[in-house]
Design a protein around this ligand. Structure first.
Ligand SMILES: O=C(O)c1ccc[n+]([C@@H]2O[C@H](COP(=O)([O-])O)[C@@H](O)[C@H]2O)c1
Ligand SMILES: Cc1cc2nc[nH]c2cc1C
Length: 354
């Protein structure tokens, strides 16, 4: 399937299923709308699957790992070797995403999209496009063909998970330097100002932050990404991890699966997917409000709002297992709560105050 076929195959949510889900929620023994975002999520999932009652118990976070050539410009305090080391730690069950996934009874899948060394682990899926991207202050991060190949990896991963019965997906990444590429994507797509678009990433000094801003401005000047062409932006100033995640968002919309957004990097990928086809947004579920500065502006550009605010900024997909608990709660509410009718209770005293 080529990219155009994927984009044309994405359809809107099922409106009649949303209306039925909404009516059922209003019939439950509670004031109308009183379960807030749990109700919104239950309605969204009904629109995605076409069913009022849904199971979201088989969950998987897709973690795209890759290195970024721009790290040579001193944009991260962490050495680039951390990408490979932490990828292995995730797979060994030792990292934040490993623990939170275990706790949420969720799986994760780690894909090597372009780590700059040839590491191996029995559970690491190698889809390496190349050994890290090029330095974006000197030219494009990757070719358009490489970007499309990376998108295809994400799309195919979702297809495989759908075939294996997964019904709730999450997006995560590991890649030193990827807050730089995320901010560059935000600025290129929205024209946002450097001071409101660039944060300290995994940890950065004040002087380091000023350098990071200069590096991003230089990358945008050298590459001249076209804000109306998301693939141009992605290939010039993005990363292989972000490109893989773009494919996940396209795949989730195509195969009608709810997909959770983690932090600033997955939200940058979500914004690229949204600009490729705005219908992808209907399948996205934001999780937590990342502390990284660009996150808020990316969410504003997407017109989405996160549900959790935990002052987190780890990445790896850590917001996803936390949000899976909430999404499962939403699915349980609409399935298991009693209705006024079932209990022969009169609900006429209730006023809709939404
Ligand atoms: O998810 C977030 O919002 C987030 C915010 C800051 C940092 N990170 C993680 O930290 C790494 C990128 O940070 P940096 O400073 O190297 O660009 C990368 O591996 C991300 O997973 C993630
Ligand atoms: C230790 C460490 C863990 C991470 N996990 C995601 N990004 C990271 C960056 C660092 C530096």
């Amino acid at each position: 399937m080529n990219l155009n076929q994927i984009l044309e195959g994405i359809k809107p949510l099922d409106e009649s299923a949303k209306i039925k889900a909404s009516a059922r929620l209003d019939s439950l023994i509670k004031p109308i709308g009183s379960l807030g975002k749990l109700e919104d999520i239950a309605i969204q999932i009904a629109g995605i699957t076409g069913e009022t009652i849904n199971s979201v118990e088989k969950k998987c976070t897709i973690i795209m790992a890759a290195d970024n050539g721009v790290v040579d410009e001193g944009v991260s305090t962490a050495p680039k070797e951390i990408t490979a080391i932490q990828t292995i730690n995730i797979l060994k069950g030792l990292a934040g995403i490993s623990v939170l996934s275990r706790q949420a009874k969720a799986d994760f899948k780690v894909i090597d999209m372009g780590i700059s060394s040839n590491i191996q682990h029995k559970d690491l899926i190698s889809k390496k496009i190349k050994l890290g991207t090029e330095n974006i202050t000197k030219g494009p991060a990757m070719t358009v063909e490489e970007a499309i190949n990376a998108i295809k990896v994400g799309f195919d991963t979702v297809e495989e998970l759908k075939n294996r019965g997964y019904n709730l997906l999450g997006t995560g990444e590991m890649g030193i330097g990827n807050t730089t590429t995320s901010s560059a994507i935000l600025m290129a797509l929205t024209g946002s100002n450097v001071d409101e678009s660039v944060g300290k990433g995994a940890g950065m000094t004040d002087e380091g932050l000023e350098n990071k801003k200069r590096v991003i401005l230089k990358a945008l000047e050298i590459n001249e990404p076209d804000k109306n062409d998301p693939i141009d932006v992605l290939s010039k100033v993005g990363g292989l991890d972000i490109a893989g995640l773009v494919g996940c968002f396209l795949g989730a919309a195509y195969y009608r699966l709810p997909i959770v957004i983690d932090g600033v990097i997955s939200s940058a990928a979500a914004l690229v997917a949204y600009r490729m086809n705005p219908l992808t947004k209907e399948y996205m579920i934001p999780s937590h409000f990342s502390k990284e500065l660009a996150y808020k502006h990316i969410m504003d550009a997407l017109g989405l709002e996160s549900s959790l605010n935990l002052n987190m900024r780890l990445g790896e997909g850590t917001g996803c297992p936390l949000m899976f608990h909430i999404v499962e709660s939403a699915a349980a509410i609409i399935k298991e709560m009693a209705t006024f009718d079932e209990l022969s209770m009169d609900s006429d005293f209730l006023v809709d105050i939404r």
